[in-house]
Design a protein around this ligand. Structure first.
Ligand code: COA
Length: 194
């Protein structure tokens, strides 16, 4: 999950990553934004959305390239259901087609599996062939409803191996975050930033 095959590393985001998450969404070009939200989404809407995204019901994985967040996979529980969730993905235009979406999908599905989520829904526009390809590759069934497509995935039940895989990914993610924090404090120190 955390290989650097295409120069990126994946880890879970924490509340402290809120501003980076918001800035990532704000950097999405108009077409990517429209595909992500299924509608035209303005800056104000995105800022509000980002602010409310770090809740107990939401788990977000991010892919970092050179310390910058360039893509995310969000898993959000649906209503009061303990076993149903919705997943959403976004990768910035310059980083699309490098396998980051596929790696985020794997991380999201593994986390859902370990949380005993039995159904993951993914909504996208019917014209969004990239997302449909990503969902199909992950084993989702696609249903066409007017101008939208709903993907349904049924994760396997958790196993000791799946739990260990997530724990190892978390350990690695924690370590890379600490290294990144140290790198930033050195740079801030060198340039005299507060
Ligand atoms: C969907 C998205 C997250 C995929 O991210 P990505 O990093 O480009 O994904 P990958 O590089 O892993 O590619 C995923 C698959 O899409 C395929 N793909 C890439 N561009 C494509 C295109 N224009 N048309 C069809 N398939 C395409 C890739 O070939 C790959 O399939 P493969 O492994 O069989 O070759 C990204 O395109 C994106 O952010 N789109 C806008 C937001 C969005 O649509 N979100 C979904 C709704 S929540």
């Amino acid at each position: 999950m955390n290989d650097h095959s295409d120069g990126g590393s994946i880890r879970k985001l924490w509340a402290a990553d809120g501003p980076a998450f918001r800035d990532h969404l704000l950097r999405l070009d108009p077409a990517t934004r429209r595909n992500r939200f299924g509608m035209v989404a303005g800056d104000e809407f995105i800022s509000r959305y980002a602010k409310t995204s770090f809740t107990l019901d939401t788990l977000i994985h991010g892919v970092f390239v050179d310390g910058h967040l360039v893509g995310v996979g969000e898993l959000r529980k649906l209503g009061t259901s303990r076993t149903e969730a919705e997943a959403a993905f976004s990768v910035e235009r310059d980083h699309q087609g490098h396998g980051f979406g596929s790696r985020l999908m794997k991380a999201v599905v593994l986390s859902a599996r370990n949380r005993r989520i039995r159904r993951i829904y993914m909504n996208c526009l019917a014209s969004n062939s990239q997302m449909q390809r990503l969902a199909l590759k992950a084993g989702a069934e696609l249903e066409y409803e007017g101008g939208d497509v709903v993907g349904l995935m049924v994760p396997e039940t958790p196993s000791p191996v799946s739990i260990l895989r997530e724990a190892m990914g978390d350990g690695y993610g924690w370590a890379t975050a600490v290294v990144e924090l140290q790198r930033r404090s050195v740079i801030d120190g060198l340039f005299g930033r507060a």
